[in-house]
Design a protein around this ligand. Sequence first.
Ligand code: MN
Length: 199
Amino acid sequence: MKEIKLEALPYAEDALAPAISAKTISFHYGKHHAGYVKTLNGLVAGTSYAELSLEEIVRTAAARGDAAIFNNAAQTWNHTFYWNSLAPAGKGGAPSAALLAAIEAAFGSFDACKAALADAAVKRFGSGWAWLVAENGKVKVESTPNAETPITRSGVKPLLVVDVWEHAYYLDWQNLRADYAKTVIGTLLDWNAASRRFG
Ligand code: MN
C-alpha cells in the first residue's frame, strides 16, 4: 500500500512568529496535522483507498459519504495547503499582474479582497477554513466548515487558505479570531504561491 506522508513544513517552526508562534506550530503541525495523517493511514489500510493519492482519497470519500476517511484525508490535505499558503513576514511577495487583475475585477482592490477573506474567516461559525479560490478564472472568497474543502468541486482551484479552527490561533490570540485573521492575511499570506497556482 501507499502510505500518506506528513509533508515537511516549508519553513522553521518559529518562522511565522509572533503572529503564529513556534508553540502553536509545534502542536498544530506536530500533533493535529500529524494526527490526521496517522489516523488516515490506519483507516485506509487494507481498503480500496490504500492505492489512491491523497486528492483521490478526498474526492472518493466525499462521493461515497465515507465520513471518517473524508474528514482525516481532507484535514491532511487542507493543513498541507495551509502551511503552503503562509510565508514568513516580508517573504510572501505580491499578486502577479494576472492575479491582481482578477482580484481587482472581483473585489475592486487588493485591500478589498483581503478584507473579504478576513470577513469570511471571522464569520465562519465554529471550526473551518477561509479560502481564496479561482473558479473558471474568477477569484472568489469562500469558507468551509470543519474538514470541508473546495477540491471536491471540479473547476475550483484553491489559491490560499486560512485555518480558523481554534487550535490554529488559541495559544497566541485566545478568543481574538479577527485579530489572528487580519494579521495572518495582512502579513503572512504567500502571494507568490497564490500567483503560481492561479497561473
Ligand atoms: Mn488546523
